[in-house]
Design a protein around this ligand. Sequence first.
Ligand SMILES: [Zn+2]
Length: 465
Amino acid sequence: MIMILFLMLGSTEVESPRTWRLDYFVTYGPNTAIYALDRVLEEPLSWPSAEKSYLDGLAYGSDGYIVKTETGEPWFSRGCSRVSTEWTITGDARLKHRTFHESIRFPEPSSKVTIDVLRRNEENQFVTAHTFHVDPSDPLIDRSQSQTHEAIAFQVNGPPREKVDLLLMADGYSKNEEAKFRADAKRIIKGFFSYEPFKSQQTRFNVWGIFEPSQHSGISRPSTGIHHDTALGCSYDAFGSERYVLTFENRAWRNLAAQAPYEFVVMLVNNETYGGGGMFSVYATLSVDNSEADYLMIHEFGHHFAGLADEYYTSPVSYEAPAVIIEPWEANATALLDSKNVKWRDKVDTSTPIPTPWPKSEFETHAREIQGERQAIRSANGAEHLMSSLFQKQRLFEMDLLSNSPFSSKVGAFQGANYDSQSFYRPQVDCIMFTRDPVPFCRVCAHTLQGVIDWLSTPAQQPPQ
Ligand SMILES: [Zn+2]
């Protein structure tokens, strides 16, 4: 009921265009990048953001797109980090080809537009990799999509165009588990809004849900021989990493997501095994029944919402190390190529040394021991509570070590970040993007997240004096 009211407000009080989506295939591999149009369609709902946020001035993401008018004026743009582009930095991409399905969403245009697909060059600058042309009079544009699901209104604070619209989607829930999904979602939402900067900005968010049952309970986990055909297609072991949960079923999840107003999507996977993932401005995933589910939500949302880098570097990942170190585009990692000009210098006290000392070798020695135990548990397919106990042991050690280090409250440049112990630096000694410690986002991450909230939502009106 609430949803219907706001959707009506969206279309009557303020003229909101419909949401359009261009789906395409991209094939990458050795010396290959081939883009092919799948289709353009009109989604059932209105565009969920205000016109003030049409242009993305933030410049985050490994990818992006610009929609231009007939005169070549940029009209709409977004940064994002695509699953396909992430695959290109795994070892597999040097040896074989792989095709991905991807989407570009934008408000309905009133005349012909071109869409430049952006990728980063060797200097991390955006360049146009491909251009699509869209003519609104084209009869091939599919306008037949209708509303088949009623979105669950978990928390509605205003019309979608004025709020950040977060959509929680169910994956690996059987048809008898809708009540579990609703309870899981409420628990995750509660944890999420207990954490800054989301806590003090709660009224600037709407939270929606979409429940589509899967045939089986739980998602695929190929490393243990489990393959389930689920609603969203999420799977562990993405790119060969046991804890990495992604879906490659872009068309399936996009069609379901289109049933709710959304800018951000978190897929709740109905599993206990520790795992998750976060693609900037595409989607995030997490295993809801894991004891670390609240941490997974906050950490993966940091990737998904603001393109924050992983500040950790002691857990194994499938990405190949870059051949040449250049300044990362992520707001919370730096190569410190100019130590006099730290990326986040407005937050650094003049008395803080750069690079900033911290108990790095002690931290690394302990982290290596934990990684060894972690791999042993996974190799033996051990019970999940063993992993939870190990994480707790790690947390106690790291909290004690980092909170008692001499610059623990300072912003500086701490060596070790972005999967690299030497080449990259992070802003504070600890952060939710670095460890699973119960610490806030570091000040650079918090500031970056706040910037996205300010961009995509309208602050509440001040009450009259
Ligand atoms: Zn941080």
